[in-house]
Each structure stands twice: as structure tokens, then as C-alpha cells.
Design a protein around this ligand. Structure first.
Ligand code: COA
Length: 525
């Protein structure tokens, strides 16, 4: 194949993956489906995404988080909540909006995982949080999976407050039982008149518990809370007024970002066209690509000052700026990480910490090199150096999986368990303990040895069937949508949006201080 034929094939494969992503996003945007959307509008109410849009500054971007969470599970794509980062009165806020068209906005395990992740992001990056509340509380059939872990949502709210990160709730409808603690634990609470209902128990349960006969409004109406209980700080006349009041509250927060401003307010766009990014990765993850092709379409002015370019060449390290923010970049160039790459990474991460510079990890790795020569050369201790540096580094980390993320390479390159501030995947990306063929082959060798040890004959036909089944299973569990469905990233993104997404994340992380580590664990030399 010529280079241009290969590029065209790559583009076609990527466009297919993007079409799958679009289909999943359409499912998320459809919420509970036409019937419930029509009913909701018919009641004169706004949808979750409409509430978000009206709250945000006009024409400002919204970085939706985990939009396809729940993909390929028993729950609706996106759960029953919309989360993301958007700008309100010039302040970047973490927004959480219940979707009342999905089973009354009841919280299922997917919505809970999204909400918890949103809480972590708000705390780590010092983002004021706005909850747009309308939820039937716990999704009762899945209560066993959400009741106990779900308590953390309320604890998170008050911990944000204690960290001087403001929390605001606007209640548009039902907020029953545990849900009542969302406005209860928020710094500021706004309730919509004749619509908000905030009580520990509704009239039927009260009658069951105490015999008292009462009504919704006396138990938890907005007017009652604004005039009697004091739970509502502001009484809105309707939904739009509630959103106006939320903007008013944010305007008066006197919010100041703690990180340094970008070095330039008019950053130079990349010289190379981001459109080309669709041509770069092959559908076959075994075909490597040069991450400099990506950096040339992501960094300001396509400028990248490479560090140690001639050493450990399977890992590219270097400095650049992204939307005016300085960054250090670590990017896999040829899949495997050797001892030299691991040592280079550990040194580079220390340099970034010494300079308070955020780090961007571009993953495309099949893991650390295996084999007697490499074990004897100390690949474990060198990988440990890199993992120590990544684990104890305190500058913000942003990770994008551009292709492969396998084995301990996922850890060294700041995978999910290493808590990057944000992690996104390209639609072609895959991640697993190892590739499907390697995993199935390993299982086969182990089973063959076990049979031989017991003196039994090995059944080649069932071995072949087992390998095929395992390969298919691992293949389907390694894909970007599957992993995003499990919230192992913050979203699958169009490669062409990489610069924009990273820019939004860098701006968000600068709400908090940017400060390198004073020390690391003991480096094994
Ligand atoms: N768990 C599971 N499913 C729920 C649910 C919950 N907490 N709340 C609502 N649903 C389901 C309903 O069964 C209904 O399903 P269906 O359309 O397949 O029949 C769908 O969500 C819509 O509910 P509906 O009552 O028609 O919507 P509504 O907008 O008129 O009212 C509520 C919404 C939330 C006010 C109302 O459903 C309600 O009171 N739910 C129970 C609230 C509660 O007591 N929760 C306990 C919290 S611990």
C-alpha cells in the first residue's frame, strides 16, 4: 500500500469508529425517549440539556463528561444525568443535571458513578459545582448497588464547601429522601415555586410512618422552604428565573483562579491541519505512528522542543504550549517501553515537577518489554522508577489514549488508576491487560501444560474453540466505547477535537494551584 492509500484506509476506519460514537451520543441525548420528552415539555418543563444550555454563558463551550457511560449495560446510555464543565458568568463550573425523562431522574449505578466522578473532578480542580436537581431519588430496583456508596455524594458536597469550593443547587422538581440532601448540603439553594418538592418522605410514606395526613406543598414546597424551613435561599418564579438566580449567585462568588494565567491570550494555532489526525492511526494497532504528527496538530504553533530526542526513542518527551499553557508531553512512539524509555520518563516527570508544569500523556503502548535480556537488564526496576514518578508527581496530568494501552504501560503512562485529572480516548483506542491473541494464547499454553502435568491428552479442537471465544470476548471488552461505558475514561473524543478538549481541561485545572512534588518515593536504582 502506498502512503496515501494507507492514509485513506486509516481515515475510513476512523470515520466508521466515529459513526459508532455518534450513534452512542445520540442515544445519550435522547434521554428517556420521545414519550417522556414530550410529556416533560408538555408540563412546561425544560430538559436537562436545555437547563444546562440556558445556565451557561452564551456561545461558551460545554465539555460533557462520560456522555456514553452505561454503553452496553442494562442501563440507558448516559445514565440519568448530564455532567460536564461549562462557564457561568465567566466562572468554570462543574455542572450536574438530573435527566427527569429517564425513570423520573432516579439515580442508577451509572448516574451515581458519573456524579461521583464529577465530584472528584470538582474537588481536584477547584471547580464550583452547580446541581440542577429533579430526581425520583434512588432507582429502586438497583438500590442495593447505590444506597451505600451513594451516601458519598452528600459527603462530597460538604467537603467541597469545606475546601472553599462553592456549591449551588437549583431544584426544579422532585428531590426526595436522600435527594433532599443535595440542596440540604449545598452552600446556596434555589427552588422553583410550585414545582420543587424537597422532603425526606412524601405524603404516603408520612402516613405510613406516623399516621399524619398532609400534602406535598406543606411537606416540601418551594414557598414553604423559602418562608418557613429556611432550606431555600431563593424562591424562583419559574425554571428560567431559577437559572437566572443561579447566575446571580455565581456572579457574586468573587471567584479567583489560583493557577497562573496562560502565557499568551492569543495562542498561535497549529500550523498543521487537525483534520489530518483521522489519517494518522491505523485500524491495526500493531502499525505504529509517530506521535509528533499528533503534536504538530495539537500544540500552539506546532512548536515542540524535544527532550533527549536521541535516547529511549520509543518514548517522545518534550515541552510546548497548548492554548497558551505550558505543558510537558510524554508520548509513546513505538509501542513497547524499554528500560531507557522508563528512565527517561522518570527524569522528565521530575523536571516537570521542578518547574510546576502540567503533563500530557499520549498513550499508545503495548507495555514494558519482556524477555530474559530485558529482565536481566532490570526492566522491572526501571518500570518501577517511571511508576514511582507518575504516582507521586503532583502537577496536573492529562491523559489521552490514542491507540493501544496495554499491560503496565497503561500504569506508567498515567492510566485511570493513576488519577490523571482528565482522561480521554480516541474512538480507535483499546485497553486491556494484553492483546486478545496474546491473552488467548497464554491461556492455551497454561491449559496445555496443566493437561500434560496430569498425564491427559490435550483436546486441540476445544483449544481452538476456547481461543476464538476468548479472543472475541477480550476484543469486545477492550474497545473505547466499552471502556467509556464503564467510566474508565472521561469520554471518547473525535481526534480533531484533541487540542480543544485539552485546552478546556488545562483551563479548568488552573482553577487550582499548579504545584510540583517536593519529594518522590524511594527510587530503586
Ligand atoms: N426508581 C425506579 N423507577 C422509578 C423511580 C424510582 N425511584 N421513580 C420513577 N420511576 C419510574 C416510574 O416507575 C415510571 O416508569 P414507567 O414509565 O415505566 O411506568 C417512570 O420512572 C416515570 O415515572 P412517573 O411517576 O411516571 O414520572 P413523573 O414525572 O410523573 O413523577 C416522580 C416522577 C419521581 C415524582 C415519581 O415517579 C415518584 O414519586 N417516584 C418515587 C420517588 C421515591 O419515593 N423515591 C424513593 C427515593 S429513596
Amino acid at each position: 500500500m502506498t502512503t496515501s492509500q494507507a492514509s485513506q484506509a486509516n481515515r475510513r476506519a476512523m470515520l466508521d469508529r466515529l459513526a459508532e460514537l455518534d450513534a452512542a451520543l445520540d442515544q445519550a441525548r435522547a434521554g428517556g425517549g420521545e414519550k417522556y420528552v414530550t410529556r416533560h415539555h408538555g408540563r412546561g418543563k425544560l430538559l436537562a440539556r436545555e437547563r444546562v444550555e440556558l445556565l451557561l454563558d452564551r456561545d461558551s463551550p460545554f465539555l460533557e463528561l462520560s456522555p456514553v457511560a452505561g454503553w452496553d449495560t442494562d442501563f440507558p446510555v448516559g445514565g440519568s444525568v448530564v455532567t460536564g464543565i461549562g462557564v457561568v458568568e465567566g466562572v468554570e463550573c462543574l455542572l450536574i443535571a438530573n435527566d427527569p425523562t429517564v425513570r423520573g431522574g432516579a439515580v442508577n449505578p451509572i448516574s451515581l458513578a458519573k456524579t461521583r466522578r464529577a465530584g472528584d473532578i470538582a474537588l481536584a480542580n477547584r471547580l464550583p459545582m452547580v446541581n440542577l436537581v429533579e430526581s425520583g431519588g434512588a432507582d429502586l430496583p438497583s438500590q442495593a448497588d447505590i444506597f451505600i456508596p451513594g451516601g458519598r455524594v452528600f459527603r462530597d458536597l460538604t467537603r467541597l464547601s469545606a475546601a472553599r469550593i462553592p456549591t449551588v443547587s437549583v431544584v426544579f422538581g422532585n428531590a426526595t429522601a436522600g435527594g433532599a440532601y443535595v440542596p440540604g448540603m449545598s452552600d446556596y439553594t434555589i427552588m422553583v415555586r410550585d414545582r420543587a418538592k424537597v422532603f425526606l418522605a412524601g405524603p404516603p410514606l408520612v402516613k405510613m410512618a406516623t399516621g399524619e395526613v398532609t400534602d406535598d406543598e406543606s411537606l416540601g414546597g418551594a414557598t414553604m422552604h423559602a418562608t418557613r424551613s429556611g432550606l431555600a435561599d431563593y424562591l424562583a418564579v419559574d425554571e428560567r428565573d431559577g437559572l437566572r438566580l443561579a447566575r446571580q449567585v455565581i456572579r457574586r462568588l468573587n471567584w479567583r483562579k489560583q493557577g497562573p494565567p496562560p502565557r499568551t491570550s492569543v495562542p498561535a494555532p497549529p500550523v498543521y491541519d487537525p483534520e489530518d489526525l483521522l489519517d494518522v492511526p491505523s485500524a491495526d494497532l500493531k502499525v505504529p505512528f509517530d506521535p509528533r504528527e499528533v503534536l504538530a496538530r495539537v500544540l500552539d504553533g506546532s512548536e515542540f522542543d524535544e527532550f533527549k530526542p536521541a535516547y529511549g526513542t520509543a518514548l517522545v518527551t518534550g515541552w510546548g504550549e497548548l492554548h497558551g499553557y505550558p505543558v510537558g508531553v510524554l508520548a509513546n512512539a513505538r509501542g513497547v517501553l524499554f528500560s531507557e524509555e522508563a528512565q527517561k520518563a522518570a527524569q522528565f516527570i521530575q523536571l516537570a515537577n521542578a518547574a510546576d508544569t502540567p503533563l500530557v500523556f499520549l498513550q499508545n503502548t503495548t507495555g514494558y518489554m519482556v524477555g530474559a535480556e530485558y529482565e536481566q537488564g532490570g526492566i522491572i526496576k526501571h518500570g518501577a522508577l517511571m511508576i514511582n514518578a507518575v504516582s507521586n508527581s503532583t502537577v496536573p496530568h492529562l491523559t489521552v489514549n490514542l491507540g493501544a494501552s496495554y499491560g503496565a504501560g497503561n500504569y506508567g503512562m498515567c492510566g485511570r488508576a493513576y488519577e490523571p485529572r482528565f482522561l480521554f480516548s480516541w474512538p480507535n483506542a483499546k485497553s486491556a491487560v494484553m492483546g486478545p491473541a496474546q491473552l488467548a494464547g497464554t491461556l492455551s499454553i497454561v491449559a496445555r501444560q496443566a493437561a500434560l502435568a496430569r498425564g491427559r491428552e490435550y483436546d486441540e479442537d476445544s483449544d481452538a474453540a476456547m481461543r476464538m471465544m476468548v479472543e472475541q470476548q477480550i476484543e469486545s471488552q477492550s474497545g473505547a466505547l466499552f471502556l467509556s461505558g464503564k467510566l474508565y475514561d472521561d469520554g471518547v473524543i473525535d481526534p480533531r477535537d484533541t487540542r480543544t478538549v485539552l485546552g478546556l481541561c488545562l483551563s479548568a485545572v488552573h482553577n487550582g494551584p499548579i504545584s510540583g512534588a517536593d519529594g518522590f518515593g524511594v527510587f530503586r536504582m
